[in-house]
Design a protein around this ligand. Structure first.
Ligand SMILES: Cc1ncc(C[n+]2csc(CCOP(=O)(O)OP(=O)(O)O)c2C)c(N)n1
Ligand SMILES: [Mg+2]
Length: 505
């Protein structure tokens, strides 16, 4: 559909039947689409009046007020109304066209051209966003409605480049969704995959029941690690593996629970084309779902599991060649984590199942430990910061002193927050801290080589971590023959232990 139709249909899907605004050269496609679907179009005599009218409408109706203007002076005339709505916590959605995507955004004399329209609105709204594709229009508008419902309601501005209004693109509108529809899709499926993110943390048991009912496998995101204990149907964290993605693509129905299905988890441009059931508290996350279910995982998933168990034919044949999928994924895990195989085996032996790994943004952690170990991870996924693991482990131990917590970090990452050893010593925390030393920023070194360019600023002098640990009053161990034994000793100690392992680079 066209961008203008996407705006009109998305507004209708969110129950908007009235819009306040003034037409102009750049928003005619929007007026056309809204008029066609019967939206009531109220025309005050100045955009400021449109804004105040939408504000009054919102206060009395209890629904968001929607303002539609043209570019430049049109939307800027509504600024005072946006400021007023901000001040009084009124849900106001301001929609305007903007200069086309192809415009250089340098003063060219384009009609209504404004130096930075979206930034001007951002200064007075809760947020302002300029979309860049037709496909993004629906989710950007949905995000505004989610924001109105979830937080302190305040004005939001969405700018749509004028050329996108007439351009055509793939648009996923907010669906009706619901558990019965999801159960029916699952009952008719040939092969089902289940993805659990951090939002599914309290729904592991229900996910397993669902997996049993439809002969599915479960994979977790990084924040979803440790939701389920080791189990034949649980592949653990491994959304980033190509073999996992190949298996997911072979499923005709995918259930994604409490996850953004984010690039930082997928590591590739994974696109799923089957029936996608998404369970999420945030409706903005489910706009691309075939069947969206806006609910907490612990509410929706037990209900879905029960519905499906009652719907699936009792005589249904197994639909997944589980063993083959598990074998391929296992092979890829082994290849990815091969450089640290012996160390990871030792760590696996030393850690009880319920141990938590606080890991940093280092290769040893994401290529190594995440691929190989089934435990719950505290990991700086997404934002990808460095220096997270040690302080996060301190926090975990403060929350639950009896929980075995193990820190894994590269030499670069540990130096971002190594001073927190002082805190860990002060609190008497029995933390094993395994640091993989490779003389600096190994991942960045590899990226430079791949460009290709000569390595600069990545081969770094590091401290003697054993001496450093001792200087802080912690224990320090260099390259032990028995890593598992040293981790065990660290758990038994009354202070943290830094254990150095040497990494081949
Ligand atoms: C706060 C912050 N600064 C910089 C970066 C960029 N960065 C990503 S990985 C990395 C190297 C980390 O080194 P190390 O922990 O030793 O792991 P290695 O790459 O050697 O495995 C850097 C500098 C980042 N992710 N976060
Ligand atoms: Mg390093």
């Amino acid at each position: 559909m066209t961008g203008a139709t996407a705006v009109a249909a998305t507004l209708a899907a969110h129950g908007v039947d009235t819009v306040f605004g003034i037409p102009g050269t750049h928003n005619l496609a929007l007026y056309d689409a809204l008029a066609r679907q019967g939206t009531r179009l109220v025309t005050p005599r100045h955009e400021q009046g449109a804004g105040y009218a939408a504000d009054g409408y919102a206060r009395i109706s209890g629904r968001p007020g929607v303002v539609l203007t043209t570019t430049g002076p049109g939307i800027l005339n509504a600024i005072a109304a946006a400021g007023q709505a901000y001040s009084d916590s009124i849900p106001l959605l301001l929609i305007s066209p903007g200069v086309p995507t192809t415009h250089p955004r340098r003063s060219t004399g384009y009609l209504h051209e404004t130096k930075n329209q979206s930034a001007a609105m951002d200064a007075v709204c809760a947020w302002s966003h300029r979309v860049t594709t037709v496909a993004e229009i629906s989710s950007a508008l949905a995000a505004a409605f989610t924001f109105f419902a979830a937080g302190r309601p305040r004005p939001v501005h969405i700018e749509i480049p004028a050329d996108l209004l007439d351009a055509e693109g793939e648009v996923t509108l907010p669906g009706r969704g619901g558990l019965p529809e999801a159960a029916a899709a699952l009952a008719g499926a040939r092969r089902v995959g289940i993805v659990l993110g951090g939002g599914a943390r309290n729904a592991g048991e229900a996910a397993l029941r669902l997996a049993e009912a439809v002969d599915a496998l479960i994979v977790t995101t990084i924040n979803g690690t440790g939701i389920l204990p080791t189990h034949a149907r649980n592949l653990g964290p491994g959304l980033f593996l190509k073999a996992t993605q190949a298996w997911l693509n072979s499923c005709d129905v995918l259930v994604a629970v409490g996850t953004e299905l984010a690039p930082s988890d997928l590591w590739t441009d994974f696109v799923y084309e089957g029936t996608l059931i998404r369970v999420d508290v945030d409706p903005a996350q489910t706009t691309d779902a075939t069947i969206p279910i806006t609910a907490r995982a612990e509410t929706a998933l037990p209900a879905l599991a029960t519905l499906v168990a009652n719907t699936v034919r009792p005589d249904h044949a197994p639909r997944t060649d589980l063993a083959e999928v598990v074998r391929r994924i296992g092979e890829e895990r082994a290849a990815l984590s091969a450089p640290w195989r012996a160390e990871l085996e030792a760590i696996a032996r030393a850690l009880p199942d319920h141990a938590v790994i606080a890991a940093d943004n280092s290769m040893f952690c994401y290529y190594g430990a995440l691929a190989a170990l089934p435990h719950r991870f505290l990991f700086p996924t997404g934002f990808g910061t460095l220096g997270y693991a040690l302080p996060a482990a301190v926090g975990a131990k403060v929350a639950n002193p009896d929980l075995p917590v193990c820190v894994l970090a590269g030499d670069g990452a540990l130096q971002f927050s190594v001073q927190e050893l002082a805190t860990a010593v002060e609190l008497g925390l029995n933390l094993p801290i395994v640091v993989a030393v490779n003389g600096g920023y190994g991942e960045i070194r590899a990226e430079m080589a791949a460009r290709p360019m000569a390595p600069v600023a990545v081969d770094l002098h590091g401290p003697d971590f054993v001496q450093l640990a001792r200087a802080f009053g912690a224990r320090g161990v260099a390259c032990p023959h028995d890593l598992a034994g040293e981790i065990g000793a660290a758990f038994a100690a009354d202070r943290p232990t830094v254990i150095v392992i040497q990494e081949q680079s």
